[in-house]
Design a protein around this ligand. Structure first.
Ligand code: OSB
Ligand code: MG
Length: 373
């Protein structure tokens, strides 16, 4: 599998509904897509970095030059026998995991196509159907949020996660629980609290939540361990887990009882599998997080979610919740039972709509290997 060319594209996709977290509201996504050309097949990957450096220090603008000047040159002209061989070649670049994941995952897609195998099988997945949940952002009113919860439950989703922040938390959870006492419910703070708020966070215990996701600082493990000892509700870490070593540290210190795996956040499928394995060995269930992906990243999340220790419903939901028109065909659909049925075709099982992507592209650059390499 010789890496002959890498194309970067930026597309702009308006969201069907705005999405608000404790760090802000967005209406539209700026998505960097990576295509790798190797041995007659094209593999596609999506960089999940956001429009701003609020969720992580990486953002849409930082990924482009990192890929162009460092990651692509480290791979071009190389003959790889499998996608995971790209990991050591990119290791000199520190951080920039979302940029690395975009190219690594494109290589996995290419490898799967070349081997005529479904990507999920190549990753070592076993599930033929995955469980889906939804992440519902902060709304203008609690009534509006309750309407959304109702709609998603009616669509079959198996777990409702709501975004929380000081001023939009206990009251909101109270209203949801009094209307739906038995649903699987969780919340995600995206680091909106500090350890001074333990007494406040303890109030969350009364709602029988499946978990509270990332209550404290994005770069912290130690203080989450202190907090977990104070709470009955399981803590789930998202932002804090950058690699398998972080997962080990979190599990060993008792900083969380559940881990959210985002393939972009940990730098690609190879590391995501390692995080999965570490958690499995320690009997810590994982689930697949989302970053408001287009169909390309979504298809990758679906493939990853077939690994055995993805025991809880993920933030992997139907295309139509995000986009008027997705860039893959067919779009991702969710059954009335709140599941996605895994496709059997080689690669992701979803076709990339290149003509539509071309129309949505605002910037494009192809980087080729130098002659003789
Ligand atoms: O913290 O899980 C998060 C979206 C953007 C950035 C961070 C997060 C999220 C979500 C959305 O919760 C999940 C999705 O529906 O893709
Ligand atoms: Mg989160």
């Amino acid at each position: 599998m010789k890496v002959e060319a890498i194309t970067l594209r930026e597309i702009h996709l308006p969201l069907v509904d705005f999405f608000e977290t404790s760090f802000g509201r967005i209406f539209s996504r700026r998505i960097l897509l990576v295509t790798v050309e190797c041995g007659g097949v094209n593999g596609w990957g999506e960089c999940v970095a956001g429009e701003n450096p609020f969720f992580s220090s990486e953002w849409a603008e930082s990924a482009w030059p990192t890929l162009k000047h460092f990651l692509a040159p480290a791979l071009l002209g190389r003959n790889l026998t499998s996608a995971r061989e790209c990991v050591p070649l990119m290791a000199r670049v520190r951080g920039h995991r979302m940029a690395k994941a975009a190219v690594e995952n494109a290589l996995w897609d290419a490898e799967a196509k070349q081997k005529q195998q479904p990507l999920w099988k190549l990753l070592g997945g076993t599930r033929r159907e995955i469980q889906c949940g939804v992440s519902i952002g902060i709304q203008d009113s609690v009534e509006q949020l309750l309407d959304k919860v109702h709609t998603e439950l009616a669509a079959g989703y198996r777990r409702i996660k709501v975004k929380v922040k000081p001023g939009w938390d206990v009251n909101v959870l109270q209203r949801i629980r009094s209307r739906w006492p038995d649903i699987q419910l969780s919340c995600d703070a995206n680091s909106a609290y500090t350890l001074d708020e333990v007494e406040h966070l303890r109030k969350f215990d009364q709602f029988n939540l499946l978990m509270i996701e990332q209550p404290l600082w994005d770069d912290d493990i130690y203080y989450h361990a202190r907090l977990q000892r104070e709470l009955r509700t399981a803590i789930c870490l998202d932002e804090s887990i950058h690699h398998a070593r972080d997962a080990t540290a979190a599990v060993e210190t008792g900083a969380c009882r559940i881990v959210n795996i985002k393939v972009g956040r940990v730098g690609g499928f190879t590391e995501a599998k390692k995080v999965h394995d570490v958690c499995q060995a320690n009997k810590v269930p994982v689930w697949c997080g989302g970053m408001l992906e287009s169909g390309i990243g979504r298809a990758h999340n679906i493939a990853l979610s077939t690994l055995e220790n993805f025991r809880l419903p993920g933030d992997v939901s139907a295309s139509k919740r995000y986009w008027k028109e997705d860039i893959i065909e067919p779009e991702v659909e969710v059954t009335q039972q709140g599941t996605i049925v895994i496709r059997e075709e080689p690669g992701t099982g979803y076709r990339v709509r290149e003509n539509l992507i071309e129309k949505l592209t605002t910037r494009k650059e192809t980087i080729r290997s130098l002659a003789g390499k």
